[in-house]
Design a protein around this ligand. Sequence first.
Ligand SMILES: [Zn+2]
Length: 487
Amino acid sequence: MTLRAAIYARISLDLKEEAGVKRQVYLATKQAEADEASLVATYVDNNISAFSGEFRPEYDKLIKSIEADELDVVYVYALDRLTRRTKDTLALFELCERYNVRVRANRGYDIDPSDPASRLTIVILGLIAEQESIDRAARIRAAYEDRARTGRPKTGGRRMLGYGVDGMTVIDDEAQAIRDAAQMVLAGKTLREIVREIFHARDIQSTSGREMSPQTLRDILLNPRVRGISTFNPTDPATGYRLIKDRQILGPGTWPAIIDEATGENLDVVLRDPARRSHHSGNAPTRYLASVLTCTCGDPMYSRSRRRRDGSMQRFYTCKRSNPGGKHVSIGAEIDELIERVILARMAEPDALRVIQQALAPAEDDAATDELQHLLADRNALLARRESIEESVIAGNIDVDTFGRLENKIAKQVATIEVRLAELTAVHDADPLAAELADASNFPEWWEGASVQDKRRLTRLLMEIHILPGRAGAKQFDPSRVQVTWK
Ligand SMILES: [Zn+2]
């Protein structure tokens, strides 16, 4: 079947407007001929007001023609001749999808409803081409809220324990562990015991890949998602972090519940009981300062133990003494508790969480922004070069072979740039530790349940710790040898 084709051309933003439109029609005609399409109509918006996209009578005719199902393919010079805003490009994409129309561009990307990657490509390239300043986080938040309101499962980012990445498929052994943990909570066991007896014993990790911690388990058991309930956490407009305390229950989700409603309500009562929150540190080894402390020689210090003369064990920190001429020190394990107290005091300050979250936020890094600007400039220069070569072909100054060779070379360079652009504009997940801290309503409780790795990471974010030499022969732990430098 012969394709029914239309050409659309619009006055372009460069200075050679008239030539621009003629060239657009010329190139589109060539392409239609190559495809053996039968040309139904040519639409040209050549009025200066088409420049701003305000008044485009020919474009409106084109849309009517698509809606009347008169076309299979539209030839344009580039997508930006059709639409200048991503929103409009997406609307056009949807129209094309409905009427099964392809848009073939001489330059850049096509609209192809049969290609799943086409929509994404259009969105990404549209964003790049416009260089509009967008609040990416706001878009994600809007999509997130929309998802929650329609009861669809949360996907993307870290999956919820018990469910697959689609947020829908139940993972049986994890779901069973959650149900068993719920029963043990209601039977009066502590979260720490449950973590050990269920998650460690069955070798089930948290979905971040770390060992399950009491705090994480508590969050899971209290999370409405495992009860099949759709929620939305509004974000703090200032920081962009979720306000977990203002979590809104939006109604039943479309995914299966792991914990039934009655059990969930009982869990709320037990786990939210203030009497449960005691801060004793338990018997777990707290070597979170290993590699965080710095010896007088400048090397990191690690945890060691030695037997005292009376047979008891003494734990202390020391460096690896890799520099034989250096001045080395060691310090007793009492420093664990000292630094812990310092951290708890620091985190009780009102600005603490914000400072940590800023330190953990995905880098809005200037180098990347610079690179993006340079890449866009390079890409535009290459495209301009290609345009001038095309003009030379039309004018008969360059033969087709030369054109093909040059065009190939430019296309390769542009493709390389676009790969890098896509990398730079990719959305990165926020740090899981930041999310966890934002979710934690009570920092001392979070700290108590945190893994050694998380404690270490948090400590490093807050401070540097240098150990100074002590008085010769001193056996007592001397806090004045601990030099904390805040970051
Ligand atoms: Zn040393």
